[in-house]
Every structure is written in structure tokens, then in C-alpha cells.
Design a protein around this ligand. Structure first.
Ligand SMILES: [Zn+2]
Length: 460
């Protein structure tokens, strides 16, 4: 399979570092508000990539961070005059509920920034020791002139760059390339932690370097995010990680394009700003939203319209009707080898399209071609044929994730998956994570019971 690597600006064949395994890091939400559908476009593209890697037989370890401390979360807490943790808990819960509704597979780890301050401090200390960082007025900054590769990911023209004074803000423009902040000196009214280099709090960029390193090691396969993450966030992650570790940070960088609404940039003042909740309350189905958000190419701008969402629902209905008809086939007899061959061919086409820089429309085309070919022959199918076609659809849907199994079974499977993650955390002696999962399940009304034959659960 090949895809476009932002770092090299060309299509590259994907080769994992360790055979059969993939380390995947995706920048998660900053939990100060409900994500909008543009954010979910990125998260669902990441989910599609992860599902496709699994479809190819690769074992993916997926880490998605939760930024629960930064300029935005602090600003929101101070506006509302409530503790930071109260704001972030609300939006973390909302985020997970949205991901479930959109049928995104859970990540293996959701590290929270506030729970990894020690790792961030250790990383900053290493950068200070090696002269890649310096202290000024109680804060610590990264010295970008010490990293000649700075600007490679964002393709900055180094010749014309003027390096400005050190900057305290987490976000800034390409025109203002500056030494960026790793640790922000304590300010009144802001949460802070004691540190050898002075009490304060982490900058946003150091969070992802420290947390990706902890869960995936200093060198891993794929890092993803939205195009707005390329500069300065991902550029800064590369600088921090490579200077601290002396090895390549990430082999492949994939970035998902923006979404616009009715041809315009989404904004609250234009009234074209949608969260998932906004769309669901208008009566749209979450699976139609998922279908629409994943169905155009990730490197192209997606123009979201409610009409497009209606059409996504109709396309999805064709697939569901096909599945429904197959389940009701009653013909007796052997399986038709011609049908089996057509299914194999369609699955190979589906795979080849996705393996070519995630050409989703080509892959959907392969699926609909097969459906159109079989639909007129439904009455002639045997049960064996229908079972083969349903198994084919199941394989396709393991990547697209747009068909819901029976709602209740889906929920049960998801709870089982959470319990398995907790068991894994316990085996790895990550008791904090295990307790966190137990607490999350408890908030959903699920109680865990440890029994001699393993963990059981019940609804309370
Ligand atoms: Zn990040």
C-alpha cells in the first residue's frame, strides 16, 4: 500500500518498522468545547486508516492524546469560573460518546496531558541538558536554530525566514517562526506544577512528544492529524523528539484536509457551524454522518451540505437493503462459483483502491458495482450464496464501519472491548489506566465484577 507522506511530499510505499505491526499516533481533541464535524472528518479518516491496516492483517497500536491543559482549556475554565477538571471531564465524556455514535474503534490508549506531567518534565530536562532549550523569565523555550531540519514538514522556505523573539502562545503563523515554549512559568489563576526549572505548566507541543514516546517509543510508524496541525504543532513535535532522542521520530505523516460548509468556512456567526449533536438533533443518523465524512478523498477539501448528508443516507440505505435482502434469501442448493469469483474480485478491487492513497470513492465504487450486479439476481440466490455475500459485506464493513449490527450487541461488544483494554492495562501494571476504564464504565452504568473465571459485568 502507498500513501502521501507530508514529510517527503510524495506517495510512498508503506513499510512498518516491525513486521506485522504499526505504531499509530493521532492528535486528539483539546477538551474545551464540543468538536465540530470538521474535527470528526479527521478522526474518522484516522479510524478508516486504522481499520484498513487491520484489514490488511497488521496489528495496530493506536494512541490518541487528550489535551486537557493548554491555553484554550484554561481560558474556558476561567470564563466559566469552574475548576479546569470540571470543564475537561464534560468534554472528554462528550468526545467518547460522539466517537461511539460514529462507530470509531477505541484507541488502545487515550493519555491525558495532566497525567503525564512527569514525562514532559523529564523530556524538557533532557532538552535543557543538551542545549536544545533554554530558560527565560521562568519559562523554558526550544532553540530552533539548534535544529537545522526545522521547517521540513511544513516546507518552510528557510532562506526567507526571519527568526523572531521567543513566543509564549501555543499557536502562531508560519510567517512568525520563533523559539517556542516548552514550559510556561506560573501565572496567577492558572494550574501549575513544581518543576526543577520553576513552577509552571507544559506548552501544548511538548505534550504530544512526551506521550507518543511513552506509549510508542522514540521512533514509530505513522502520525496523523488535520492539516492545521502541520505548523507549528507537528513541526515542533519533530524538533523536540528528534533532538531529545537523536533518532527519526516518525516515518509517515498523514494529514486530513479541512471541511467547509455550503462552500464557506464553518463559523458560528454564519450559522453553518455543526457539532455532531446539532446534526443528530435535526434527525440525521450518525452512520450517514460517518459515511459522508469518510466518503471523499482525505487530501481534498470536503464541502459539507445537508443535501450531501441526505444523499449519504440514501447511499447507505442501498447497502442496508442489500444486506436485508440477503438475510431473507431462502433458496436451497449449492453456492454459485461465479458469484464467489465476483465477490473475490470486488473485494480485491476495494482493497486496491484503498491501498492507493486511500481512494475511498474508488473503493465505494467497487462495492456498489458488486451490489448492482447481484441485486437483479437476488431471487435466484441460494442461502449459501447469501451467506457468502454477507461475509463479503462484513469484510467491507470492517473497514467502512457504516453498518450497525444490532444496536444492543454493538453496545455489548463495545463494553467487552473496554473490559479487554482494562485487563491489558492491568497485565501491564498500568493500574491508573485500569481504574480509569472502570470509572468510565461506571459512568455508563456498567459495574465490573471480578470472579475466579474472569471479569463479568452487569448493567446497574
Ligand atoms: Zn498533538
Amino acid at each position: 500500500m502507498r500513501f502521501y507522506n507530508t514529510l517527503t511530499r510524495r506517495l510512498e510505499e508503506f513499510r512498518p518498522i516491525a513486521e506485522g505491526r504499526v505504531g499509530l499516533y493521532t492528535c486528539g481533541p483539546t477538551v474545551y468545547d464540543f468538536p465540530h464535524i470538521g474535527n470528526y472528518r479527521s478522526y474518522l479518516f484516522e479510524d478508516l486508516v486504522k481499520r484498513f491496516l487491520a484489514f490488511l492483517g497488521l496489528r495496530v497500536t493506536h494512541v490518541m492524546n487528550i489535551t486537557d491543559i493548554d491555553d484554550k482549556t484554561i481560558r474556558k475554565a476561567s470564563e466559566l469560573q469552574v475548576p479546569l477538571a470540571e470543564v475537561t471531564r464534560k468534554y472528554i465524556d462528550a468526545f467518547h460518546a460522539d466517537l461511539r455514535a460514529l462507530n470509531a474503534l477505541p484507541a488502545d490508549h487515550y493519555p491525558r496531558a495532566t497525567e503525564h506531567i512527569a514525562e514532559m518534565q523529564a523530556l524538557i530536562a533532557r532538552l535543557l541538558e543538551q542545549g536544545f532549550a533554554y530558560e527565560k523569565d521562568g519559562s523554558v523555550y526550544f532553540r530552533i536554530e539548534r535544529f537545522p531540519e526545522y521547517g521540513r514538514l511544513a516546507n518552510l522556505d528557510k532562506g526567507s525566514l526571519k527568526i523572531g523573539a521567543a513566543v509564549d502562545a501555543d499557536e502562531y503563523e508560519k510567517e512568525a517562526v520563533q523559539d517556542f515554549v516548552l514550559w510556561k512559568g506560573k501565572k496567577p489563576g492558572e494550574p501549575s506544577w513544581p518543576a526543577p526549572f520553576g513552577e509552571g505548566r507544559p506548552g501544548w507541543h511538548i505534550e504530544c512528544s512526551a506521550m507518543s514516546m511513552k506509549y510508542l517509543g522514540p521512533h514509530f510508524d505513522i502520525h496523523m492529524g488535520g492539516v492545521d496541525n502541520i505548523f507549528p504543532h507537528h513541526e515542533n513535535e519533530i524538533a523536540q523528539s528528534q533532538c531529545a532522542n537523536g533518532v527519526t521520530f516518525v516515518n509517515y505523516w498523514l494529514h486530513c484536509q479541512h471541511l467547509i460548509v455550503d462552500g464557506q468556512k464553518m463559523s458560528k456567526s454564519l450559522g453553518n457551524f455543526y457539532t455532531l449533536g446539532d446534526l443528530l438533533s435535526k434527525g440525521y443518523a450518525p452512520m450517514a454522518v460517518r459515511y459522508l465524512l469518510i466518503s471523499s478523498h482525505y487530501r481534498k477539501l470536503l464541502n459539507f451540505t445537508l443535501e450531501g448528508l441526505e444523499m449519504a443516507g440514501q447511499a447507505l440505505a442501498r447497502v442496508k437493503n442489500f444486506a436485508f435482502s440477503l438475510r431473507n434469501v431462502e433458496g436451497e442448493g449449492d453456492a454459485d462459483p461465479e458469484l464467489a469469483a465476483a465477490l473475490d474480485k470486488a473485494l480485491a478491487a476495494f482493497r486496491d483502491q484503498l491501498a492507493d492513497d486511500f481512494n475511498v470513492s474508488g473503493a465505494l465504487g467497487a462495492m456498489f458495482d458488486l451490489i448492482a450486479e447481484v441485486n437483479p439476481r437476488l431471487s435466484a440466490l441460494t442461502r449459501a450464496d447469501a451467506a457468502a455475500a454477507l461475509a463479503w459485506l462484513e469484510r467491507i464493513n470492517s473497514v467502512l464501519g457504516v453498518l450497525e449490527p444490532d444496536e444492543r450487541t454493538a453496545l455489548d461488544a463495545e463494553i467487552e472491548a473496554r473490559i479487554a483494554l482494562r485487563e491489558k492495562a492491568r497485565r501491564e501494571k498500568d493500574y491508573a489506566r485500569a481504574d480509569e476504564i472502570r470509572a468510565e464504565l461506571r459512568r455508563q452504568g456498567i459495574a465490573l465484577i471480578d470472579t475466579p473465571s474472569g471479569v463479568k459485568w452487569k448493567r446497574e
